[in-house]
Design a protein around this ligand. Sequence first.
Ligand code: CAA
Length: 249
Amino acid sequence: MASGKRIAVVTGGMGGIGTAICQRLASQGCTVIATVHPSEQEQSTKWLAERETEGGDISVVAGDVSSASDSARMMGEVIERFGAVDILVNCAGITRDTTMKRMQAGQWDEVIATNLSSVFYVTQPIWEGMLERGFGRVINISSVNGQRGQFGQVNYAAAKAGMHGVTMTLAQEGASKGVTVNTVSPGYVKTAMTDAIRDDIRESIIAGIPMRRMGLPEEIAAAVAFLAADEQAYLTGANLPVNGGLFIH
Ligand code: CAA
């Protein structure tokens, strides 16, 4: 896929979808840097040991993507240790689901900061370098719920819809410089995040998916690899739905 060894950063790299993306990009010859939250550093040692048995070139850097200053520090560390970033996958995300009636401002702020502001915080430190070098792939992992809304997710749906606004704008700013920016919008994928949905609600969601099953993290990783490829130079500003037919438009 890549000419030479591309440097790829995956935020939220240790999560369900993040792990599959790291594995896929590493299997295609990239040097992969997974970013993890500072509170996850201990867990990341075990995660990294598992990745080492798989043989890919994967490293971990810690940083809080919901903080502008820590994101800048973290990306500075990435560049210093590994070199210029060619591929950035903004995958870090959280949920704080509850109805509008009950949602606290803190739950709103936390989700907006982690899922949306993070895209600005993490991308900006490497953006100019991509433009100057004339190559870059930025892939924002949004959600079907950013495209159609979801009961109990006013914060999450707003953040995920906002991510594609970032994509459409950066696609225009990067287009003449060889930098493509795209969104992947997964549907319900089998991860710890969807395991946390109450069983009866999860079952009714699955019943409403035309394919009658959740997606696999590897199916999201395949879409990311498609967009990250060197040869995929003319595809930008798109929102690729990978949702088993849950939302077709
Ligand atoms: N549409 C319309 N009405 C709904 C509804 C829906 N989708 N879901 C629930 N309701 C109704 C219920 O029937 C119930 O009505 P009554 O009060 O008349 O009985 C009322 O709303 C309250 O419903 P709950 O019992 O579910 O309310 P709760 O307060 O216990 O739970 C909630 C609220 C936590 C938001 C829960 O509904 C929930 O977990 N929903 C799923 C949210 C979801 O899909 N999250 C995705 C997480 S994974 C992810 O985000 C990854 C991704 O990108 C896809």
